[in-house]
Design a protein around this ligand. Sequence first.
Ligand SMILES: Nc1nc2c(ncn2[C@@H]2O[C@H](COP(=O)(O)OP(=O)(O)O)[C@@H](O)[C@H]2O)c(=O)[nH]1
Ligand SMILES: [Mg+2]
Length: 251
Amino acid sequence: MKSIVVIPTYNEIDNIENLIDAIHKSVPDTHILVVDDNSPDGTARRVQELMAHDSQLHLLWREKKMGLGTAYCAGFQYCLDNGFDIIMQMDADFSHDPQDLKKFLELISDYDLVIGSRYISGVNVVNWPLTRLLLSYGANIYSRIVTGLPLMDGTGGFKCFRADALKLINLKEIVSNGYSFQIEMNYRLWRMGARIKEMSIIFIDRRSGISKMNKKIIFEAMWMVWKLRFSFKLRNQLKKLRKIFLDKSNV
Ligand SMILES: Nc1nc2c(ncn2[C@@H]2O[C@H](COP(=O)(O)OP(=O)(O)O)[C@@H](O)[C@H]2O)c(=O)[nH]1
Ligand SMILES: [Mg+2]
């Protein structure tokens, strides 16, 4: 099984090299794909230098900052096009522990999607201000109520997909870009009947660099969950109507 970790980056020069080292130490056979949005701090250039001596390191160097959702979609498409069987994703800032990648690789043999969950066993978040924690925890309760998606942590970015499951999603259809991208991917797989497992992780706030979280991302997520809920309902209704119509026209 060929595995890879997709890491979206924007101004992660202080983290990227150490993270690549830590991933190689934790899961030596796993490849790494960095998707960088032409970070002004030279993150992509640094990755390109490292690639000269690292055949398991890949880079998608995008022209400008285009957001997290499109970065992931471009990264996932690259992984599918290059025949990877297991596709993981994580942040570049050490909030996600590279040691947990081993657990993902063990669990994914029984699931289509394994989600690193901060809230499955209490609250495992270290060093976030209370406001940020409440926002994240509240967003999860809200999206659970609106969409019905039975996850304690649907907004996290530490995950592992089986490529066969990812192939069933039309990545061009994904509409979210910020953190609602995580909810949308989980929701689409769940609606398709994928086997999803939440795995407990400890999330530690970044020590270097700055967060790219902003109000636009929060507002996008607030209406996106409604859009997901109703667009799927509408699609199902249309399917039912089409079936009734076809059955009648066959009589
Ligand atoms: N390629 C790309 N990466 C991004 C973008 N926005 C955020 N990231 C990366 O996504 C990950 C999560 O972002 P971060 O700022 O740590 O968010 P936070 O942990 O929620 O505060 C980090 O690795 C960022 O560098 C973007 O627009 N494009
Ligand atoms: Mg972060």
